[in-house]
Design a protein around this ligand. Structure first.
Ligand code: AHM
Ligand code: MG
Length: 333
């Protein structure tokens, strides 16, 4: 630890002074999210030693098998946020409907989260993460579905906690993107990456599940072929945990993609969820100088029609995202 280490709560308190609407409850809310993150981090680090790996035996609203750690992480968030009086309601990847905290009559925020992203990597000790997105309620003390179904551009804060070689929290309140690393001996997140910006890298990375090649449309296939057939081809990196793949793109630059696919030919769609996966990461990308698109429009400008809406996602270094969007829409490389 060096003398410059700033503790996360102090950093947030300082940032809060710049928001006219923040009254202290915002700092408390972020502190609660941090606490949930620490609890999940502790459990993730014990995985393998305690009976926490494997499936619960039930499916979530997405029709996916729920892992025990998915459940644990969801409950950690629910337990903590349901006691925070500034939170009017929460929505999660693991819950069909939002949970409204009707007793919180002075609530000012609602929170959406993917409690444990990258579920398929849980049992094999590969980095996973938690993603969160915060909106201010349209009407204080009254949380309804309309509070959740809003464009990403209305988020007041967004972030993720990455459970990797170290546990990191990366977040933005619209004033830069900052990263904190958990010092487990202290139990505190300390500022380690201030003012992150996505570089225009000389070593260019693309990140995509190429096993889906046959399910993409012609233009998407051509674009991926194009990346590989340049004089100096892009390098491929794919972990299969969105938080981890995005984090690499944030630090090193690059493009992460989960395009529209035709696995169901009658209903082509993206895989990733707009509200608690794409939107928060898009807010971070934008505040770090990058960008995010669904191939047609800016992710942050999509007006959602349902809570668990899925969208194609192109995110990372702005010039790479622009080039990808232009290419798949038939424009020039
Ligand atoms: P999850 O939230 O159920 O874990 O699903 C989202 C994950 C992302 O982390 C990752 O980018 C993607 O799904 C991987 O999908 P695939 O296995 O199709 O490549
Ligand atoms: Mg997820």
């Amino acid at each position: 630890m060096n003398d410059n280490n700033i503790q996360l709560q102090h950093f947030i308190l300082n940032q809060q002074k710049r928001f006219p609407y923040a009254k202290g409850d915002f700092t408390l809310l972020l502190s609660d999210i941090i606490l949930a993150g620490k609890i999940i981090s502790r459990e993730v680090n014990k995985a393998g030693l305690v009976e926490i790996l494997g499936l619960t035996g039930h499916e979530n609203v997405q029709g996916e098998q729920v892992q025990k750690l998915d459940d644990f992480a969801n409950n950690a968030f629910l337990n903590i946020l349901s006691k925070n009086e500034s939170v009017g309601g929460v929505a999660s990847e693991e819950m069909a409907e939002p949970d409204y905290f009707l007793k919180h009559t002075k609530a000012r925020y609602c929170v959406l989260f993917d409690p444990l992203d990258g579920s398929s990597n849980i049992d094999v000790n590969v980095s996973i993460g938690t993603i969160f997105s915060i909106y201010k309620l349209l009407n204080e003390g009254e949380c309804t579905e309309q509070d959740f179904l809003r464009k990403g551009s209305e988020q007041v804060a967004a972030g993720y906690i990455l459970y990797g070689s170290s546990t990191m929290l990366v977040f933005t309140t619209g004033e830069g993107v900052h990263g904190f690393t958990l010092d487990s001996s202290l139990g505190e997140f300390l500022l380690s990456h201030e003012g992150l910006s996505i570089p225009e890298p000389s070593k260019r990375y693309y990140s995509i599940n190429e096993g889906n090649y046959k399910y993409w449309n012609e233009k998407t296939r051509e674009y991926i072929d194009y990346l590989k057939h340049q004089d100096k081809p892009f390098s491929l990196r794919y972990i299969g945990s969105l938080v981890s793949d995005f984090h690499r793109s944030l630090i090193y630059g690059g493009i992460f993609m989960y395009p529209l696919d035709y696995k169901n030919p009658d209903k082509p769609k993206g895989k990733l969820r707009l509200m608690y996966e794409a939107n928060p990461l898009a807010m971070i990308a934008k505040n770090a100088g990058g960008s995010a698109s669904n191939g047609e429009k800016d992710i942050l400008e999509i007006k959602p029609s349902e809570l668990h809406q899925r969208e194609p996602l192109y995110i990372g270094t702005a010039s790479f995202v622009n080039e990808a969007v232009s290419y798949i829409n038939g424009g020039k490389k």
